[in-house]
Design a protein around this ligand. Structure first.
Ligand SMILES: Cc1ncc(COP(=O)(O)O)c(C=O)c1O
Length: 287
């Protein structure tokens, strides 16, 4: 069975799915997106992702394409039609279709909604986590509203390509203060030399990761020492452990930053434990 996409009210074959050439997402990146991990055919951290979608839309004055209840039904149906048990579901909302002109169209067109789903191989993901992954660092060059999950991702695309060319899975952006903000598609964490778990505070110009929020709660329930405060690339290279979080990677240990080994170059015990506990909890609570 081939893949099925949801496009503006209809389920269509993925290969035939298309949007209008004057969709403002295509013309201006005038839209937002969300990604949920899918475990056992159900959405992981669903509430947090719906809340962030609503907020992203609100910040850009784009209308909600449908109620959360209706969206849940469409998402579940997209998962079902694509027979996804373990995977990812991607949702994109743009301001809609209008003749190309920068200001918001008046009257506002109906927002355009596209949803796709794909399976991932959980064993391959687990093997990668067991090996650990590499990141590179590069200067922050994104706009000032990284708290909005906009589809305008060109700096992230370039950063990921540079990472791939360097044999890394992720690029960590370093701001003008010399502090790591986050990855191109994940939040950045370390376990510092005092044993504290550190990740950038959400007042900084970062995406408020839903996985990040869940992991903070989990770590606090475990009684780990938590500090939402920035760190430099040198601190990260000298840390006991490093890892990234996101709907795509869940909790992924980082064992190399640029050309430096983190710790002794293998995934650390805190990252491994948090990955296991996060996945177990997410699987139990997926809905
Ligand atoms: C720039 C950026 N930061 C962080 C994240 C992690 O967010 P979440 O945990 O909600 O997937 C993402 C996810 O796509 C991202 O694109």
């Amino acid at each position: 069975m081939g893949r099925i996409a949801y496009v503006n009210g209809r389920f269509v074959r993925h290969a035939d799915a298309a949007v209008h050439i004057e969709d403002r997402g295509y013309q201006f990146s005038d839209g937002v997106y969300e990604v949920w991990a899918v475990f056992g055919g159900k959405l992981v951290d669903s509430i947090g992702h719906f809340a962030r979608l609503k907020r992203s839309l609100g910040e850009l004055s784009i209308a909600e394409p449908m109620s959360e209840g209706a969206l849940r039904i469409v998402l579940a149906e997209t998962v079902r039609r694509n027979r996804v048990r373990e995977g990812l579901i991607y949702l994109q909302v743009t301001r809609g279709v209008a003749p190309r002109d920068h200001p918001f169209p008046d009257p506002a067109p109906a927002p355009a909604l596209v949803i796709t789903a794909k399976s991932v191989d959980p064993r391959a993901a687990e093997q990668r986590a067991e090996r650990g992954a590499a990141v590179i660092t590069m200067p922050e060059n994104r706009w000032g509203r990284c708290d909005i999950k906009t589809i305008g991702l060109l700096p992230n695309v370039l950063a990921k390509q540079a990472a791939r060319e360097a044999g890394a899975v992720e690029a960590w952006f370093v701001d003008d203060l010399g502090l790591i903000t986050e990855g191109a598609s994940s939040n950045a964490w370390i376990v510092d030399q005092s044993g504290a778990l550190r990740t950038r505070n959400i007042q900084a110009n970062i995406l408020r990761g839903v996985t990040r929020a869940s992991l903070l709660k989990l770590a606090s329930d475990l009684g780990l020492q938590l500090e939402e405060r920035p760190f430099t690339p040198d601190e990260a290279k000298g840390a006991r452990e490093a890892f990234i979080t996101g709907a795509g990677t869940l909790v992924l240990p980082i064992v190399r930053i640029d050309n430096a080994k983190v710790g002794n170059g293998v995934p650390g015990p805190v990252a491994k434990r948090l990955r296991r506990l996060y996945i177990d909890g997410a699987r139990r609570e997926a809905d």
